[in-house]
Design a protein around this ligand. Sequence first.
Ligand code: ADP
Ligand code: ASP
Ligand code: MG
Length: 424
Amino acid sequence: MARIVMKFGGTSVANLERIYNVARHVKREVNAGHEVAVVVSAMSGKTNELVDWVQNMPKVTGASSPFYDAREYDAVVASGEQVTAGLLAIALQSMDINARSWQGWQIAIQTDNAHGAARIQEIDGSEIIRRMGEGQVAVIAGFQGIGPDNRIATLGRGGSDTSAVAIAAAVKADRCDIYTDVDGVYTTDPRVEPKARRLKKVAFEEMLEMASLGAKVLQVRSVELAMVHKVRTFVRSSFEDPDAPGMGDLLNPPGTLICDEDEIVEQEVVTGIAFAKDEAQVSLRRLADRPGVSAAIFGPLAESHINVDMIVQNISEDGTRTDMTFTVPSGDAAKALKVLEDNKDKIGYDVVQSESGLVKVSVIGIGMRSHAGVAATAFKALAEKGINIKAITTSEIKISILIDGPYAELAVRTLHSCYGLDKN
Ligand code: ADP
Ligand code: ASP
Ligand code: MG
């Protein structure tokens, strides 16, 4: 007997038929004698619709604030998961499985106060554990918890992955299975490069980079939690026949295991390619080259909650003036320009230029730590396709390259093949 947390994403619960199919996956594990808790997302498209409603509420002309109350945003967008949890509990009951639905506050999943992007602080798993012992399946609404203000808080887009891993840690589960619309983690998004290969195992550090650099298959925070709490996490498909051979394999279920680096015997130099669309580049020209300039730029941006990513500063030719370029999500570009304009005197620059619709493509692999020439290979391959590089940043295990938006797919496929990722 094992204790398993099973998470099902939006496309896996997109309609009643699929919810019924999800119930069959749960039934398989229950019938095998395991203790099971389930975490569900909203039905596919639902969260987008709810977010849209919040953002498009008409406003009185001249209203004092263009923004909405983030606590009410959470009250609205958390509702999608509540519906799925109830429906799945009903489907399970129809199969004579003892099941009940739970919302975040009922457990309780306690979060901080950052409405819209809250972090889980604590989960009391005792009642869930007690009921699992009695054979009851908990069907838990993902993506939500309750803040210190006693109000519903959501965990940021894709947050049901994080709910699942956090619950798995809280109930000391033997395994957390993230069921989605692909059958594992691939060398790149299989929807962009059909030659992408499924990985049997991915190291936590690599998965963290892949997720934070754009691979949305797992929310970044879920990978952090899996790493810290040593949760054995698999990414697998909900679309396979629940009763196909091997689906119930306890130690080696089909899919990708996210694990410690030491568990991976044959480590490739490059593991995967990730990409993030909709980046904007902002350049400050003829900036004073003196101590405190970076602080004067990035301090006010941080205070305005603008997430700055790549930062490139030129070495000044004459020791007085230089250029600085950085990237932000396209959606934040206008806000960033406003902040820079408001602080122009304090910063001291000549002009600011910006460009939206760019893409950041990243090459990721732990093996890079001990191999030279990985970056050069990428630059050469992109050059051969005539793709211009706008900015580059590197870390020990990744290289990120900023390019023009229309080249995204070509760049991903080019990088994927130049490291031989499409070959077995
Ligand atoms: P869910 O609704 O189940 O949470 P998501 O849409 O959030 O599913 O994540 C799954 C999607 O992630 C896949 O459909 C795939 O297009 C995308 N994806 C991006 N990069 C990768 C990758 N390296 N491996 C697998 N899937 C990826
Ligand atoms: N339904 C939420 C979203 O679409 C959470 C999730 O699916 O993980 O972001
Ligand atoms: Mg997701």
